[in-house]
Design a protein around this ligand. Structure first.
Ligand code: HEM
Length: 181
């Protein structure tokens, strides 16, 4: 994945735990001398190893690292660094979710070699969306939970999220039911 993602983990850790802990995580994961560059492509294993090492060093579950990262991605990286892009997705959470299937095609104008997830949306009623997530990667379902949580806060729209389906084969598939209150 693009270094932007690794930089995101770096930002999450530094803002919450400080630079010394980040340096410790980076060294333990084997990337002591690496400076992550946003537009450089890194193997996915780099990102996964940073996340699992962060969980070990901080003594929290990988699930909680990925959820916190998803929330941080929307509320810090998205909102602060890509505000115009976030705004182009819609004025409220329902509209944003309806547009999510096209969102990463705009991301790909900036990061042309990204392999983003695919989304499909079913509108159940005016408050309820079924969001289908397809990824060529395994293990990012908890990241999705954090992203949805971040969107709920971003749009100031309290939501309930039900996990209706999950499968991991060569790809990951999840079905989230998002009810906006
Ligand atoms: C301005 C905001 C956003 C930007 C700039 C952005 C950009 C990116 C980039 C560069 C990647 C890495 C892909 C690669 O390098 O191969 C990625 C992955 C991903 N994005 Fe976004 N994204 C944004 C918002 C969102 C939102 C709102 C969601 C969903 C609610 C989302 C879901 C994901 C997921 C789940 C992945 C992990 C890849 C996978 O599942 O296979 N992103 N995004």
């Amino acid at each position: 994945m693009y270094g932007l993602v690794n930089q995101g983990i770096q930002g999450l850790i530094i803002e919450n735990y400080g630079s010394a802990i980040w340096e410790k995580i980076k060294a333990k994961a084997g990337y002591e001398d690496v400076t992550f560059l946003a537009s450089h492509l890194y193997d996915d294993s780099v990102t996964f190893s940073l996340a699992t090492t962060a969980a070990e060093v901080l003594d929290i579950s990988l699930e909680n690292v990925l959820k916190a990262f998803g929330k941080y991605w929307v509320l810090n990286i998205g909102k602060e660094k890509y505000g115009t892009l976030m705004k182009s997705g819609g004025d409220n959470i329902i509209q944003f979710l309806k547009n999510l299937p096209n969102f990463h095609s705009r991301v790909m104008l900036i990061y042309p070699n990204a392999q983003p997830p695919e989304f499909k949306v079913d509108v159940i009623n005016e408050n309820t969306i079924h969001l289908h997530y397809y990824s060529s990667r395994i293990g990012l379902t908890d990241f999705m939970f954090g992203l949805i949580d971040g969107l709920s806060e971003f749009f100031d729209a309290p939501c309930s999220v039900n996990h209706l389906n999950h499968s991991e084969t060569e790809i990951t598939y999840d079905l989230f039911e998002i009810i906006v209150h």
